[in-house]
Design a protein around this ligand. Structure first.
Ligand SMILES: *Cc1c(COP(=O)(O)O)cnc(C)c1O
Length: 434
């Protein structure tokens, strides 16, 4: 049995200074040089570095087309429009995610219907999608939440059956695999943030990936006016970027009235980060998998990762979380468990994103002056979802907690942090008495 808990005056499980174990992103002189090069020649608003970044990114994913954007939000909104989301249309998305997975639908005069999540993956539950499809549904937006790949095979099957587009939100899972395939390459389009908090961290920015020329052209036409007149290749062949006859009459102005060009200080960092990302991601995976391996026999705590041997991985483990089973610890409330774990010197914050379907902006706000809530402004039915409508989603914030996000495989550090969790779980009875 472990010694007295730190919260009761015992020695802390975590004794070593973590050093740079958690530092992210990893910035070296190479990143600095790349930024200075752009800065000194005044290339901040150009597209040459961004196009190189797009090429690198597409190549990594073996995809035809990539498009750098000013943010992940911009990428997602562009993808929705490019997938045909128009006035009164519906997208189906999880409610438990960063808002940009769904909220941009409002700006297209469209709306969203939320599906529940799977209690183990925390990603959209494929079994809860089909009954929500109507004639207005245009797209499904699975999110690879906290790095865990969503169950894409059944989602793609449903989409095919109902002629829907699938927009993967890859903001948490760059480089992650679903049954051996890179996430972002499975849906009709992958859209993601590469802002500096994410696992592929380049600054403010977003990226789109697709093999569908029409989607790519529409995304350019939507928010990249400067590229609509451009040619695709420089060299002997000069095919124009915009070839879709629906789009060609309008080149020169953006359909969206938006300007979504990526800042080239971001794309310069992005190119450098990308050359190291796979190695760094593998080290993160080794570290995080070791952390969970150490806890596999500990009651109350449950790993959030795909089973070994499934061919699926967690990418860079962005926003790494664990799941909690209070009944295995005599009903100890998560808040008490987490407080004791933190007292041992590690990370353990309960909670997740606020479920969007319960937020008043999704239920009450009249954003565009329709005289009724924007959520139902162009609908012929009230598709708002009240408390109790998505039980797994609503329970999740009360049964999950952040865990330390190791960037380096340093067993002695990881062991101390894992011990913090083990010690508290094994002494849960002492906490129940408090
Ligand atoms: C961060 C994030 C976004 C939005 O990206 P920004 O670059 O911040 O606009 C979208 N979806 C998810 C799931 C995110 O975590």
């Amino acid at each position: 049995m472990a010694k007295a808990l730190a919260i009761h005056g015992g020695e802390k499980a975590v004794r070593s200074d973590p050093g740079d174990a958690f530092t992210w992103p990893i910035i070296t002189e190479e990143d600095e040089q790349a930024v200075l090069e752009v800065l000194r020649r005044g290339g901040m608003s150009g597209v040459d570095v961004t196009q190189q970044f797009e090429k690198d990114f597409a190549q990594w994913h073996s995809m035809e087309y990539a498009l750098g954007c000013s943010s992940g939000t911009a990428a997602l909104q562009s993808a929705m429009w490019a997938c045909g989301v128009r006035i009164g249309d519906e997208i189906i998305a999880p409610s438990l995610t960063y808002w940009a997975s769904a909220l941009p639908a409002f700006s297209l005069q469209a709306t969203m219907v939320f599906a529940d999540i799977d209690p183990n993956t925390a990603c959209i539950d494929p079994g809860d999608i089909e009954h929500r499809i109507t004639e207005r549904t245009k797209a499904i937006v699975p999110v690879h939440y906290w790095g865990h790949p969503a169950d894409m095979d059944p989602i793609m099957e449903i989409a095919k059956k109902h002629d829907l587009k699938v927009i993967e939100d890859v903001s948490h899972a760059h480089g992650g695999l679903y049954k051996g395939r890179l996430v972002g390459t499975i849906g009709h389009v992958g859209a993601m943030s590469v802002m500096s908090g994410k696992s592929l961290a380049v600054g403010e920015g977003g990226m789109l990936l697709t093999n569908d020329r029409q989607i790519w052209e529409r995304c350019i036409a939507w928010g990249h006016y400067g590229r609509t007149r451009a040619t695709q290749w420089t060299g002997e062949s000069e095919a124009p970027v915009i070839t879709d006859p629906e789009l060609t009459p309008y080149v020169g102005l953006p359909w969206g009235g938006y300007k979504y060009r990526m800042h080239q200080l971001s794309s310069a960092v992005g190119r450098v980060q990308l050359t190291h990302y796979r190695d760094r991601m593998e080290e993160i995976q080794a570290a995080m998998n070791y952390f969970w391996d150490l806890l596999s026999d500990v009651p109350g705590v449950r790993e959030h990762r795909p089973p070994m041997g499934s061919g699926s991985t967690m990418g860079g483990w962005y926003a790494a979380h664990g799941l909690y089973e209070a009944e295995e610890l005599g009903g100890l409330p998560l808040s008490k468990f987490a407080e004791a774990v933190r007292a041992e010197g590690t990370t353990c914050s309960p909670g997740a994103n606020f479920p969007m379907h319960l937020h008043p902006l999704l239920n009450e706000a009249d954003i565009y002056g329709h005289g009724k809530p924007t959520r139902i402004a162009s609908s012929d039915r009230d598709l708002r979802q009240g408390e109790g409508s998505l039980p797994v989603t609503e329970a999740m914030p009360g049964r999950c907690y952040s865990i330390p996000w190791f960037k380096h495989y340093r067993p002695e550090i990881i062991e101390q942090h894992a011990l913090a969790y083990r010690k508290v779980a094994e002494n849960a009875e002492a906490l129940l008495e408090d």
